[in-house]
Write a protein that binds this ligand. Structure first.
Ligand code: XMP
Length: 325
């Protein structure tokens, strides 16, 4: 398999070039796979979604997608994966709701890297278990993209612990391995994937797990997910979604005093984080219109139970990282 982008390869920046790439890959995948089955871990992120859509076109039901919901997804994300891939594209999709497994393992664990290790390790376990229930799988598809090859030795999401099990004895199918992110998005659009999936902002593998600070509890995780959904809804309405590189909410593991229904309450703060960057190495914080921030604050305070305070994080990177842990 070629792992270096040839100088002659054109940048895929038009629908026509994307269509030509898709036709070429369909032929290549069919030749590689024949009538064998291919397994794919479908997170719902841009890369794995584009690979899934491409392979569905090439080999239909010979592709088996496994979507593991680790309980740390944003609101509506697993539902969207099911709707797009099972309902619209008629994919062979196995959905595993492993929420309880992950949250039980994470209970009481407050050290960020330990949380990441648990989430990464358990993900591999769940995926491995599903794979071993299936018969006749010969290939493993992955959404490896060119920056993964250049920057991290072909390992997807270098921040994550591991990737997929090393002892899985499958031949790899990596149709977008020579593409840059913008090209992967272009191909996704040409394949008809929804904009909300193709233009999705980066979302860490450990998901909301590293935004529910300290030891994750179900009630704080729920508040975080609801606040995040409000933030995304209001950014969409204000047409900020495509203008801000990454934005999300964070919930700390301490309470703060507030007043609710005339009584003193002891509830959680929620932090809004929004950043602009080119490469995630250094970031600036956008000046979000006060009225929009106020509207988001009002909605979170009135709609999300247990939250009494909303803050906007003004810290650039450096000195702060994008995520809080
Ligand atoms: P930081 O917080 O290091 O984040 O400034 C830089 C970018 O990486 C993402 N990030 C992660 N992605 N697993 C991932 O897949 C992780 O553990 C992880 N931690 C941070 C972060 O969202 C940002 O886009």
């Amino acid at each position: 398999m070629m792992n270096t982008r040839p100088d002659s390869m054109k940048r895929i920046n038009t629908k026509e070039l994307a269509d030509a790439f898709i036709a070429e890959q369909i032929a290549e995948v069919r030749a590689q796979v024949g009538d064998k089955k291919v397994l794919l871990a479908l997170s719902g992120g841009v890369d794995s979604s584009v690979v899934a859509a491409l392979l569905i076109k090439a080999i239909g039901k010979q592709l088996v997608c496994v979507h593991v919901n680790h309980g740390l997804m944003r609101k509506g994300e697993s539902e969207q994966v099911i709707e797009v891939f099972r309902d619209q594209l008629d994919a062979n999709l196995i959905y595993v709701d492993a929420t309880d497994r992950f949250l039980d393992l994470l209970a009481g664990v407050d050290e960020p890297e330990r949380k990441r290790k648990i989430i990464g390790g358990e993900f591999i376990k769940v995926f491995d278990e599903e794979a071993s229930k299936l018969e006749g799988i010969s290939f493993l598809a992955q959404g490896t993209i060119y920056p993964d090859i250049l920057e991290s030795d072909g390992v997807k999401a270098h921040h994550n612990v591991g990737g997929l099990p090393e002892d899985m004895q499958f031949e790899l199918v990596e149709p977008v391995r020579l593409l840059y992110k913008d090209e992967v998005r272009m191909v996704g659009r040409a394949l008809g994937l929804p904009a909300s999936m193709v233009d999705r902002q980066p979302f860490p593998g450990p998901g909301l797990g590293v935004r529910c600070l300290g030891a994750i509890t179900r009630d704080r995780l729920h508040a975080l997910r609801e606040a995040d959904a409000i933030l995304r809804e209001e950014f969409d309405k204000a047409e900020l979604t495509s203008k801000v590189w990454q934005f999300f909410t964070v919930i700390p593991d301490f309470r703060s005093t507030g007043v609710r229904d005339g009584k003193r309450a002891y509830d959680w703060p929620v932090i809004i984080r929004a950043v602009n960057t080119v490469d995630a190495m250094s970031v600036t914080v956008p000046e979000i219109d006060w009225a929009i921030l106020k509207k988001i604050t009002d909605r979170i305070l009135s709609e999300v139970k247990g939250v009494c305070r909303v803050l906007y994080d003004l810290s650039p990177k450096p000195s702060a990282t994008i995520e809080w842990e």
